[in-house]
Ligand binder design. Structure first.
Ligand code: NAD
Ligand code: MG
Length: 410
């Protein structure tokens, strides 16, 4: 690669953080780890600081002093800053070339928008930012000359299967000469694909977060079990590729070898294949338009017995249906769905509700939280006000439900 890039990894202690830093460590000639952030597991963040010696580190506000003391003890002089303001500061730091947006949930929104406003190269894992603020995000990227590279594996696959002119300007997808007819998002179906709804109702946390093909953080693992993840990805794809939801199909492909497809009007389907390893899309985005070794295992084509494709069951995986419904209703609805889902997933992880309650809670929030439609020029405050209303509604609903559900849980 030509120039050594300075990288900020926001969410460095998570699963995407791990995969990203493994690649950065293997390519230290090309990349300098300029900044890191972590919210929990600060002992792990300390080890990462010892390994990469970043110029700046962001931790929760109340941990800044303690973390700075630990760094000093270790003989490191990284600057320690705190909280959401610290994340925003790193995302817009003039020294940073690329921001890896790998914080989970709404907590990643502000810094991702800051990176867009600062015209950075953004490697986006935090799909919730697009679900909450897709239009605002895409418009900031365009106005400020930022580059948005998806690292969610499905979106990265679609990006790779599109011609360079659409990669550079998503509105070009509408030009009939490019012939894009549809996008196909593949889904593994998660740990309950082969189980009944009744089985899902009784599933505990350990079973729900045990994904058959991917090793990921807890929230996205639960989202995969309910297929809310594919719903969020559907909304993410609408924004990234400037298409309505009815141009994007979802197909269950349990082997997770084809990571998604573009269907062209001459009957061609272009697909990206690879081992289910996030290092591949991350390496693609880090080095785009060049290619570097990601360290992922080559695909053993001879060991693949079959590639299956199954239509999703929208009764069992109602969250997928809700995502389409919310996308049709508008951004205010996708914000409500995302917020309700984050609260419901937390409640499931805390064993307050059952896995299958998540879809019911999300559906109730969508129909009951009354918010005005958002216009394309909505401010972040408008977005956060809706997010907050949906969170408060959902907390109350779960409070009411939890008592009744406790009696039914085994
Ligand atoms: P994770 O839970 O493993 O890591 C999350 C990171 O965010 C950690 O570094 C954590 O400290 C940080 N964080 C959590 N709450 C925070 C807060 N309030 N403020 C600041 N930082 C906070 O999650 P993950 O699996 O790495 O996923 C990260 C994002 O990438 C999610 O949006 C997820 O949907 C997306 N994604 C993940 C995968 C995957 O394979 N893990 C694949 C595609 C997309
Ligand atoms: Mg994905």
């Amino acid at each position: 690669m030509t120039n050594r890039q300075r990288i900020a990894v926001l969410g460095a202690t998570g699963s995407i953080g791990d995969s990203t830093l493994a690649i950065l460590a293997a390519h230290s000639d090309n990349f300098d780890v300029y900044a890191l952030s972590g919210h929990q597991r600060l002992d792990k963040l300390l080890q990462l600081c010892q390994q990469f010696n970043p110029a700046r580190v962001c931790v929760p506000v109340d941990k800044v002093d303690d973390f700075a003391a630990k760094l000093a003890q270790a003989g490191l002089d990284s600057e320690v800053i705190g909280g959401p303001a610290g994340l925003d500061d790193i995302a817009s730091d003039s020294q940073v070339d690329a921001v890896v947006a790998a914080i989970v949930g709404a907590a990643g929104l502000s810094s991702t928008l800051k990176a867009a406003r600062a015209g950075k190269r953004i490697l986006l894992a935090n799909k919730e930012a697009l679900v909450m603020a897709g239009q605002v995000m895409i418009s900031l990227v365009k106005t400020h000359g930022a580059t948005l590279l998806p690292i969610d594996s499905e979106h990265n696959a679609i990006f790779q299967c599109l011609p360079p002119s659409i990669q550079q300007d998503n509105t070009q997808i509408h030009k009939s000469s490019y012939g894009v007819r549809k996008l196909w998002l593949t889904a593994s179906g998660g740990p309950f694909l082969q189980h009944s709804f009744a089985h899902m109702q009784q599933a505990g946390v350990a079973e729900a977060v045990k994904h058959p093909n991917w090793s990921m953080g807890q929230k996205i693992s639960v989202d995969s079990a309910t297929m809310m993840n594919k719903g969020l990805e559907l909304i993410e794809a609408c924004h990234l590729f400037d298409l309505p939801e009815d141009k994007i199909n979802v197909v269950i492909h349990p082997q997770s070898i084809i990571h998604s497809m573009v269907e062209y009007n001459d009957g061609s389907y272009l697909a990206q294949l690879g081992s289910p390893d996030m290092k591949t899309p991350i390496a693609h985005a880090l080095s785009y338009p060049e290619r570097i070794d990601s360290g992922s295992q080559p695909l053993d084509l001879f060991a693949l017995s079959a590639l299956e494709f199954i239509a999703p069951d929208l009764q069992k995986f109602a969250c997928l249906r809700l995502a389409r419904q919310a996308m049709q209703a508008g951004t205010q609805a996708t914000i409500v769905l995302n917020a309700a889902n984050e609260i419901a997933v937390e409640a499931f992880l805390a064993e307050r509700i059952r896995l299958t309650d998540i879809a019911d809670i999300n559906e109730q929030a969508l129909s009951q939280v009354k918010v005005a439609s958002l216009t394309a020029d909505a401010s972040i405050d408008d977005i956060l006000a809706i997010d907050d209303a949906a969170r408060r509604y959902t907390q109350t609903l779960i409070g009411q439900m939890a008592g009744q559900i406790a009696g039914q849980m085994v």
